[in-house]
Ligand binder design. Structure first.
Ligand SMILES: *Cc1c(COP(=O)(O)O)cnc(C)c1O
Length: 463
């Protein structure tokens, strides 16, 4: 019997072992190191017969499993790394099992696009956004930014009667922004708009990363009525600063531009009454990017874009899978493959659907508010210890700090991450080298903050 037939015959045994390994991992997440030792050993021989699933699992466990780090655990504060809720894991597992190819609402005979529609509606409701957005699931905020800016580019063409999707872009598309995320720049490069073509808007004085609305209006006036794209921020990565959306809304009423908001994680301010003032006015944007694998705590790779329904045709012009007769007429019924970059996709919405349905609005409000509280708690330690300095105030969930003596900074971060107890990432803010701790994991508690503080104090005495 070959391994495929054998595996099919012992599928229960395989799933049971994976289930056991999964629950072991998840229950020990607290004590698993946040950094791993990578042994650069040989690459696997590719055998003729194969090992079978259980054989491969055993081999994987020997070689790689010990080096898997607790990036979904409560003390992985590098980048902006969310965890995985139990419901999201259930949804993710089932999405793999069902293996649907999520495309159309009707026509291809499966329900998955309907689940995606419903999940988008749940998310809009979570963020208190109106239903005049449609949306879809993509792999991350990078591709969400890319998707929204793709439609923005198409919109610019429309302003002078051109179809950039068909004709390509010649000449310059004006893009204004103050503190765009690197992925928005990358999207501009991928879209043929050129990341060097951004017209930088000033930031507000006083240690801010938010754009200066007066300078924005001056730069708009200088464009003399030429349509442009504005990339604004709901949560910058260093200091989680927010542009003033109520002020931008007024400019949006007055001038002709596509308004995009990168709300990869900052958008979650929208599901807490305590913090939603930070995103007030964002519902008027033309497009919004939100990451789900960050603060929604679903597994990688998951993000959504929201684009105003009035732009649906524009979106389709940009992403339509043209000239594929066998996939049907895109005008006849909605098919996701005409509205986002990917054609074939797994049922990406399901982990988010499960998690949203399972924990509800209040569940996410609690995750957001408790993460912010823990960021403040951690900041209190930084402020109270003379060895450290804050590089910016805590505006939401991220603590951006440094050592007063910058000579020790690299060594300090290296030693801290080598403890395997907590993980943070380096940054440069306003030309100053620092460290970021981003709190977006649903499991993080005050005990975790204390564990990190103890390790940091220990390293300070050793330096
Ligand atoms: C993380 C992040 C991105 C990029 O997201 P990916 O999921 O890594 O593609 C874009 N913008 C902001 C503000 C982010 O925090």
């Amino acid at each position: 019997m070959n391994h495929l037939d054998k595996d099919l015959a012992q599928l229960d045994e395989i799933l049971n072992q994976v289930q056991k390994q999964s629950s072991d991992y998840l229950s020990q997440l607290h004590s698993r190191p946040t950094t791993g030792k990578i042994n650069p050993d040989h690459t696997a021989a590719f055998s003729d017969e194969g090992l079978g699933t259980l054989g491969s699992l055993e081999y994987f466990n020997k070689r790689f499993e010990p080096a898997i780090v607790a990036s979904s655990g409560p003390r992985y504060w590098g980048f902006v790394t969310g965890g995985t809720t139990p419901a999201a894991i259930a949804g993710d597992w089932l999405a793999s099992v069902y293996d649907q190819n999520t495309q159309s609402v009707k026509g291809n005979g499966d329900i998955s696009a309907t689940i995606e529609f419903e999940t988008i509606k749940l998310l809009l409701s979570l963020f208190n956004l109106p239903e005049d957005f449609f949306g879809g699931f993509v792999t991350g905020a990078t591709i969400s930014n890319f998707t929204c800016l793709g439609s923005a580019r198409q919109w610019i063409g429309k302003q002078s009667g051109r179809d950039f999707a068909k004709e390509g872009v010649s000449g310059l598309i004006k893009v204004l922004s103050a503190t765009p995320h690197s992925s928005a720049m990358k999207s501009l490069a991928m879209l043929g708009m050129g990341s060097n073509n951004i017209i930088k808007v000033d930031v507000l004085p006083g240690n801010r990363e938010a754009l200066d609305v007066t300078d924005l209006e001056n730069k708009i006036i200088a464009l003399n009525g030429e349509p442009f794209i504005l990339i604004s921020s709901a949560g910058t990565v260093n200091t989680v600063d927010f542009d003033d959306f109520l002020a931008i809304q007024k400019l949006h009423d007055k001038y002709n531009f596509w308004w995009h908001i990168d709300a990869a994680f900052g958008g979650f301010a929208g599901c807490s009454p305590k913090h939603q003032h930070l995103v007030a006015g964002w519902e008027q944007a033309d497009s919004i990017t939100v990451d789900c694998h960050k603060w929604l705590n679903v597994p990688y790779e998951s993000a959504v874009f929201f684009v105003k329904r009035k732009h649906q045709m524009l979106q389709m012009e940009t992403f339509q899978n043209a000239n594929a007769a066998y996939l049907g007429n895109p005008l006849e019924y909605f098919n996701y493959l005409n509205f986002l970059p990917e054609n074939s996709r797994r049922l990406k919405a399901l982990p988010a659907w499960f998690s949203l349905m399972s924990y509800g609005k209040l569940g996410y409000q609690q995750v957001v508010e408790s993460n912010v509280d823990h960021a403040l708690l951690f900041a209190k330690f930084i402020e109270s210890n003379e060895a450290f300095e804050m590089l910016a105030p805590v505006r939401l969930n991220t603590v951006c700090f440094s050592l007063r003596d910058k000579n020790y900074l690299d060594e300090f971060l290296y030693r801290l991450n080598t403890t395997g107890k907590v993980f943070m990432t380096a940054t440069i803010y306003n030309g100053v080298k620092g460290i970021r701790a981003a709190f977006v994991n649903w499991r993080t508690s005050a005990i975790d903050i204390q564990i990190a503080i103890d390790e940091m104090n220990k390293i300070l005495t050793e330096l």
